[in-house]
Design a protein around this ligand. Structure first.
Ligand code: GRF
Length: 195
């Protein structure tokens, strides 16, 4: 992946569907001098996504896309990404699956965060499965996106112990804090290691 030249940052878009804690952490990170990215566009498929507050507060353009027709929705998103010369997409709690064509058109420069130690527990309800299976550890993963769900090359992972009295909610809450720290590290790693 292209490296920043120290002056110009890489135009980046973050896709969300809800709360946006990872978006918030990526925005804060992008403001640091050492970061390689600048957030130019936030995309949401949900007009009520709480995370949109963070783009507003930070005066970042946002695009809310109606996903009734996926093909049309993706065309609209692509058009806006091109307009803003976006070079990297960070999926952060985006609940829609991008089409093969979309991923291809974007040359696979899309990364995602998933709340499990991939390849374990792809898809939804990861915390529930971790508790049910009495796992001793869980964690989170940032990976490149390919056309299969939660499957692309892993960039970085962080392990976390599951405690005796953990339930889904407690686990999710503790892990989210780790996710919020891990996402910026993953972005840096993509540029530093020229992945
Ligand atoms: C995170 O747990 C992320 O791993 C998953 O969706 C959640 C999004 O949280 N893909 P937030 O909207 O970033 O707070």
């Amino acid at each position: 992946m292209e490296k920043s030249n120290g002056k110009k940052k890489i135009a980046t878009s973050v896709f969300i569907s809800g709360r946006g804690s990872n978006l918030k952490s990526i925005i804060n990170f992008s403001k640091k001098k050492k970061s390689h990215i600048e957030i130019k566009l936030v995309v949401s498929n949900n007009k009520n996504a709480k995370g949109l507050v963070f783009s507003e507060k930070n005066k970042i353009s946002s695009l809310v896309v109606n996903y009734k027709n996926k093909n049309k929705a993706e065309k609209k998103i692509l058009k806006n990404l091109m307009k803003k010369k976006i070079k990297l997409i960070c999926l952060a709690g985006f609940m829609k699956i991008l089409s093969k064509q979309f991923i291809k058109k974007f040359h696979y420069k899309i990364i995602n965060i998933h709340p499990s130690l991939l390849p374990k527990y792809k898809g939804l309800n990861t915390h529930k499965k971790v508790i049910e299976n009495k796992e001793k550890f869980t964690g989170c993963t940032v990976h490149f996106v390919n056309s299969k769900l939660d499957d692309g090359r892993i960039i970085i992972q962080k392990k976390m112990r599951v405690l005796k009295n953990d339930n889904e909610k407690r686990l999710a809450k503790r892990l989210l804090k780790i996710e919020n720290k891990l996402y910026p590290l993953a972005i840096e790693k993509v540029f530093k290691s020229n992945l």
